[in-house]
Design a protein around this ligand. Structure first.
Ligand code: GTP
Ligand code: MG
Length: 663
């Protein structure tokens, strides 16, 4: 986690400017040699302080300026190269103090502005102004302080991060001065705090509100001791001492009475606490929190935090790991306020309030593409289905949203552990069994053949409810799970929308784990379309194909094509057409499709499945006829299995001889 708690800066470059004779060179040499040099050259050589001797562990370059040795152009170059500029004046020299506002501050601003177009990535000139530290040197020479005049300047120039009085001669505040300069770069105030308003910036507030919500595990809008402790451990790797916790709470209580409620910290209290840190010069605390939650120096979420690189070899796919699922279940349960096992639209909206927007629409996406409860609300099962779908088709978005939802903080790990990259498909093919648990099935067929009904039927208990329904919203994917030989597998049905009969299919429309080619059995002009699709795209491919005749509750019509569907299937060594009807509400089709996808190039397994079903059906009819169903069920199963095995074996041998059904 360390990589996210520090600023992304690789080094800090500090430039000292100021009138001649104020002591710039002396300050640098005093810092380096820890003693006051009586004789100094006009300009000190650039020095580099190694990371391990700086308090922030960042290598630091210190650069001197001398008007004798350097031109204005050279100064401009140095100002632009610097991350922070220390403007030095001599406390005993009022002219050098006046020159801060009449010369140095405007010069630094103007120099940076001319270069802003190329350097400024945030587009916000306030944020990108070069931080400044005002340094009053030679404090050993006077008995008073110049701080009042300096504070007045600070108010007018928000880019001034801090000011310090010091002496190169007595070494007073020398290391502090360089520390403040470093801090101005690594933990700048201006992105967090508006001096004039004495308040947090809108961007800082927004980030802290999100952080508050993520830490508020029980979603009661309060951070209790347990949540504060967890927060502290996640951000700083140490628990919070009980008496410090009490002190913090009493400080909040004293300053903002509604900052504490029921002995827990409210959002208002949490924001106040950060305001206080900054006002007391402890920006690094707030920055550490922000960085831990993924923010960069511009208070945007960093790319590496949202989208850590994930290697997916060709032929592998992406699924949710156990930890990913556990996290998503916990998030679901947190926001299922009424505990009814489903997310209503309001709960769904609240859940994604830590994200820029929900990753999908509630009304036209998740509730149409996943299983829901009676009221049409997303169940836990549907919720996991939707994430499974996104993880397969757009894993980068899954990574992003896990980060937005606080995975990295709660799990104290990168969200990459929420993803399982499956082994390559060629290994699956070689082993004739897939280790994956999510498969994609493309449903292809002519207009009006019942593709959408077939896809949506997968999501609901009673498919007959869909009879005669017009589907207005165009949902691309439907996902649910089925059992394949006792294992739960997710099957994604993609409704391939065909605009015109002759439109070619795109490769991404063809490629899938199993293709479901649909024709309307009650329409004689329906089969030809998928016959052509099969010959053109699938006959030569390794993708398993299932031919499905829909609306089989209506009169089956002879197809106007050179072959009837069953002849076609026989010719191309496909399973016989599966007859499907919403009316009959039979769901074997989905299990069949998942089985074909799970056992690629192993048609025997599908046939086994298929024949086994047939044998069972036949068997039960046969036994019923002879009144044998009332017998001890164990005996019946054994007998049934014996018959099934013999039949299947015979079938495979037969097919293997007659022309390799096994591809
Ligand atoms: P230029 O290089 O000409 O721009 O000047 P500079 O800002 O580098 O000043 P420099 O370090 O050369 O110091 C100028 C004079 O001030 C020297 O005589 C130093 O000895 C003296 N001086 C620097 N710092 C201090 C200090 O903290 N106290 C006192 N009393 N004298 C100082
Ligand atoms: Mg000098």
């Amino acid at each position: 986690m360390g990589q996210y708690t520090a600023s992304q800066r690789k080094n800090v470059r500090i430039l000292l400017v100021g009138d001649a004779g104020v002591g710039k060179t002396s300050l640098i040499l005093s810092l380096v040699s820890e003693e006051y040099p009586e004789e100094v050259p006009p300009r000190a050589e650039e020095i580099t302080i190694p990371a391990n001797v700086t308090p922030e562990q960042v290598p630091t370059n210190i650069v001197d300026f001398s008007s004798v040795e350097q031109s204005d152009d050279a100064l401009a170059v140095e100002i632009n190269k610097a991350h922070v500029v220390c403007i030095v004046y001599a406390v005993d020299d009022d002219d050098s103090l006046d020159r801060i506002t009449t010369h140095w501050l405007p010069l630094v601003r103007a120099t940076c502005n001319t270069n802003n177009t190329s350097n400024n990535t945030s587009g916000d000139s306030e944020l990108s102004r070069k931080p400044i530290v005002l340094v009053g040197n030679k404090i050993d020479l006077i008995e008073y302080s110049t701080i009042d005049s300096v504070l007045a300047i600070m108010e007018d120039y928000p880019e001034i991060e801090s000011c310090v009085e010091c002496s190169a001669k007595t070494l007073h505040n020398i290391s502090e001065m360089f520390y403040y300069a470093q801090k101005a770069v690594l933990h700048p105030t201006s992105p967090l705090y508006i001096m004039e308003d004495q308040d947090l910036t809108p961007a800082c507030k927004k980030s802290l509100v999100r952080i508050f919500k993520i830490c508020d595990i029980d979603s009661d809008n309060l951070l209790n001791d347990y949540e504060l402790n967890l927060f502290q451990r996640r951000c700083f790797n140490t628990p919070l001492q009980p008496q410090i916790l009490d002190e913090v709470k009493s400080v909040i209580q004293k300053n903002v009475p509604d900052g504490i409620y029921n002995d827990a910290v409210t959002l208002k209290g949490f924001l106040f606490l950060h305001c206080l840190f900054i006002q007391r010069g402890r920006n690094e605390t707030t920055w550490a929190v922000l960085r831990r939650f993924g923010y960069n120096d511009q208070l945007e979420m960093c790319q590496e935090y949202l989208r850590p690189p994930l290697k997916i070899p060709p032929g592998s796919s992406t699924e949710l790991s156990h930890r990913g699922q556990q996290f998503l279940i916990a998030v679901f349960e947190r926001y299922d306020r009424d505990g009814d096992g489903a997310l209503c639209p309001e709960e769904h909206k609240m859940l994604f309030s830590t994200c820029p927007a929900a990753p999908w629409s509630y009304s036209t996406d998740i509730r149409k593409s996943c299983p829901t409860n009676e009221a049409g609300w997303v169940t836990l099962h549907g919720w996991l289905c939707r994430w499974t779908l996104m993880t397969l088709v757009d894993v980068v978005k899954t990574l992003e949203y896990l980060a937005y939802l606080g995975f990295n903080v709660h799990e104290n790990d990168s969200q990459l552990v929420a993803i399982h990259v499956t082994r390559e498909r060629r290994i699956d093919l070689a082993k004739r069994q897939s280790s994956r648990s999510v498969y994609k099935c493309h449903v292809i067929g002519p207009k009006g053949s019942g593709k959408t009904g077939l896809c949506r039927g997968f999501l609901i208990e009673d498919m007959s409810k869909l009879l005669g329904k017009e589907f207005k919203t165009n949902v691309v994917h439907c996902i649910n799970s089925v059992q394949v030989y006792g294992q739960e597998k997710h099957l994604i049905l993609r409704d391939i929308d065909v605009r015109h009969a002759l439109d070619p299919l795109q490769p991404q429309e063809v490629n899938c784990d199993v293709a479901c080619l649909v024709y309307d059995a009650s329409n004689p002009r329906s089969f030809e379309y998928i016959a052509r699709i099969y010959i053109k795209y699938y006959a030569e491919s390794k993708i398993p194909v299932m031919i499905v005749g829909t609306k089989c509750d209506l009169d089956e019509r002879r197809q106007d094509y050179l072959m009837q569907p069953n002849e076609f299937c026989e010719k191309y060594k496909l399973l016989p057409p599966h007859l499907f009807s919403l009316k009959s509400n039979k769901k074997e089709l989905y299990t069949k499709l998942a089985t074909m996808a799970a056992f690629p190039r192993f048609q025997a397994a599908w046939i086994l499945f298929y024949k086994h079903r047939l044998v069972q059906l036949w068997e039960s009819a046969y036994l019923r006829q002879f009144g044998l169903m009332t017998e001890d069920p164990k005996v019946w199963i054994k007998a049934g299995l014996g018959v099934a095995a013999a039949t299947v074996l015979g079938f495979i041998v037969l097919k293997a001889i007659s022309g390799t059904h096994l591809r």
